[in-house]
Design a protein around this ligand. Structure first.
Ligand code: GLC
Length: 683
């Protein structure tokens, strides 16, 4: 309080002094203060005469400026200014250096497995026998908290007459009532995002439903908008002017139900092309208006908050305009057989698949998705569905100059259809092929099942299916998971023709949540497909059994979330008829040796004789047969029949990727390491 008083007094004195000065001193005029003539003010004189108190806070600007010109103040000021600038520059350089050496966050499509939900079969909230969006919303805690996945891919839920379970879209911008409403969809997106989860939608560009408004207008010359839509689809004249004059031998992929890929339109008196069902006419990608429409569809869903797309059947987007017959696999085959009961495998699809133009469209969509990926934390993911040889599929990553998909789905492990194909050497070859052909810096992916393929347990048997999961979860890249895989669900042979509508129905039966009536899929209802009667394989049972498929999946997903698996090198170190062995290592972190035996009997491997730099032993971290944690000597690694092992060890600076004899066998997307203080950085 005393200080405050003094302050008040000082101010009082000061203003008094100034009024005194002005009234007493003739030469000091008002104009002197305002015309930059500060030097003319006799302040020093005044100070000497003690008419102005010593400088202190609250002094007028003129006085302050006067003192600030004094040499020692100027020096002090310059030194302080320099210090501030230096500090700012140092901090800035530090930030830039940190950004430069840190490897950047990984995207959601790299950190989480992709969990595929077949909406009709996942969870039925209104008990009408068909799964729905609200049902899915009720299972998000299961996915995120119990299982540990953060990325969901939803098969089509758009309005559709359902000839191909939603892959025949009537309106790209609306939700089919069997699945719910647009509002349900918005809630699903919000619920996912609230949990830090992401949603991938199926994008079906190749074809629409024949009930789509575009097709109605295109196929009907009397339609008011016929002119606008007439070139939206692939229309071709009949060879003889009648419905018998099929343009060529092009086959539908669904050649078990379709005779030809051409369907006659009685209204338009022309044929339209359909790579799949006749209810799925192919769009004309040589029409810019069609491309613009599809851009609009992508933009619409990105505006709704969707995090990316699985682009369906993109290898079929163009057909050769010359309309030549596809070459016959067996040139002696009677061509009429093709036109009647066709088999897609009888022809090489040289003019109907993988045509010029596809990659321009993919690059266009990638660029559009990039435009919607500029906000911090937002990235729109793209994956493609193409069944072809590795070289053609790999092309969908784009080129070093033009990006396309974040990854094309890798079906090579699905191609190893039967158990007999799963040898250690076949797996090593399969992995090496993708990893060596994949462009530098790109990201791999591995899937063992989906809604079009027999379930992995049905193809390989449960013990081998677990080994397959062990493989996809521990390789580098993103693993795919088809719903139910995590509890070992199997195909259901559906013999009743009324109940089986599609040749793929056996792999699409309702999710087996528990062992109650209808496996907890719906209550007092008839599920749209019969339930597999083995639903003793129910999630509730799996959860409490420490050795269950579910618990192995859970532990694998958890293991995969370590930096070593997300970022580390993959080095293929050994293969035999039975087993494959590889190492996951990240400089600065512990390494893991993964050993999987796909065979019917145990194998013991001496890894130290080939890799003498390996330490003497490692510690068993995870075994699919639930072996107790134990020390495993590397000169005698025993893998039981159909067992996967993850063995942790300290590399002690002897990394596999540094060894000359490992050239061409070690891979990493981006080189990173943990520095001495445990920070991840480029290296
Ligand atoms: C894709 C889908 C498949 C569908 C087909 C036609 O291959 O995965 O289910 O039948 O495209 O859209």
């Amino acid at each position: 309080m005393a200080d405050n008083k003094a302050f008040d007094n000082d101010l009082g004195e000061q203003s008094t002094s100034f009024s005194n000065v002005e009234s007493k001193e003739e030469p000091v005029k008002d104009t002197d203060f305002s015309n930059n003539g500060f030097s003319t003010i006799k302040i020093d004189d005044l100070l000497e005469k003690q008419e102005i108190p010593k400088p202190y806070a609250g002094m007028p600007k003129e006085v302050l400026l006067h003192y600030s010109r004094k040499k020692h103040f100027v020096w002090a000021r310059n030194i302080m200014t320099a210090a501030v600038i230096l500090t700012i520059l140092t901090l800035l350089s530090l930030v830039i250096a940190l950004i430069a050496i840190s490897p950047g966050c990984q995207e959601f499509w790299q950190t989480s497995p992709i969990y595929q939900i077949y909406p009709k079969s996942y969870a039925d909230s209104n008990n009408d026998g068909i799964g729905d969006i609200t049902g899915i919303r009720g299972k998000l805690d299961y996915l995120k908290d119990d299982l540990g996945v953060e990325m969901v891919w939803l098969n089509p839920v758009y309005e559709s007459p359902q000839f191909d379970n939603g892959y025949d879209i009537m309106d790209y911008r609306s939700i089919d009532p069997v699945f719910g409403t647009m509002n349900d969809m918005e809630l699903l997106i919000t619920d996912l995002h609230d949990r830090g989860m992401k949603l991938i939608m199926d994008f079906v560009p190749n074809h629409t439903s024949d009930q789509h408004a575009w097709f109605n207008a295109s196929s009907d010359p009397d339609h008011a908008q016929h002119d606008k839509y007439k070139d939206y689809y692939i229309w071709v004249d009949s060879k003889d002017g009648t419905e018998n004059g099929i343009p060529n031998n092009w086959q539908s992929v669904f050649s078990d139900v379709e005779k030809s890929a051409w369907e006659w339109s009685a209204k338009r008196k022309q044929f339209y092309y359909h790579a799949f069902l006749k209810q799925q006419p192919d769009l004309n990608f040589r029409n810019e208006a069609v491309l613009a429409e599809l851009d609009g569809v992508l933009a619409f869903w990105m505006d709704q908050g969707v995090d990316g797309f699985r682009c369906d059947a993109v290898g079929f987007m163009f057909e050769a305009t010359h309309l030549r017959d596809n070459p016959l696999v067996d040139p002696t085959l009677n061509v009429n057989i093709l036109y009647s009961s066709a088999s897609y495998t009888n022809v090489y699809p040289d003019y109907t698949e993988d045509q010029k133009g596809i990659h321009d469209v993919m690059a266009r969509w990638r660029a559009l998705l990039d435009k919607y990926s500029t906000e911090p934390g937002v990235y729109r993911f793209m994956e493609t569905e193409v069944y072809d040889d590795v070289d053609s599929v790999i092309r969908y990553y784009g080129t070093p100059w033009v990006d396309e998909a974040d990854f094309p789905m890798n079906f090579r492990l699905i191609d190893l259809e039967h158990a007999s194909a799963w040898t250690g050497t076949a797996i090593e070859t399969t992995v090496l092929e993708w990893m060596t052909k994949m462009p530098a810096g790109k990201w791999p992916n591995w899937v063992i099942g989906n809604h079009d393929q027999p379930r992995v347990v049905s193809r390989l048997g449960k013990p081998l299916a677990i080994c397959a999961a062990f493989l996809t979860m521990t390789l580098s890249g993103t693993p795919g998971m088809y719903y139910g895989e995590e509890i070992g669900m199997e195909d259901l042979p559906i013999t009743n023709p009324v109940r089986r509508q599609d040749f793929r129905d056996p792999v699409r039966t309702p999710m087996q949540w528990d062992t109650t009536e209808n496996a907890g899929f719906c209550k007092n209802c008839t599920p749209w497909l019969p339930l597999n009667q083995n639903y003793a394989i129910g999630l509730n049972v799996e959860k409490v059994d420490a050795t269950s498929v579910f618990n192995i999946y859970k532990r694998l997903i958890n293991l995969r979330s370590q930096d070593t698996f997300l970022r580390g090198y993959l080095c293929m170190v050994y293969s035999s008829a039975k087993s494959v062995v590889y190492v996951r290592e990240l400089p600065g972190a512990v390494s893991y040796l993964i050993a999987i035996n796909f065979g019917d009997s145990l194998e013991t491997i001496d890894l130290r004789s080939a890799y003498s730099f390996l330490p003497g032993a490692g510690t068993l971290y995870l075994s699919t047969t639930n072996q107790a944690v134990t020390t495993i000597p590397f000169n005698s690694v025993t893998i039981q029949a159909k067992e996967g092992l993850a063995i942790q060890f300290k590399p002690g600076g002897n990394l596999f990727n540094k060894q000359a004899n490992m050239a061409g066998k070690c891979f990493t997307s981006k080189k990173v390491c943990l520095n001495g203080i445990g920070i991840l950085q480029h290296c």
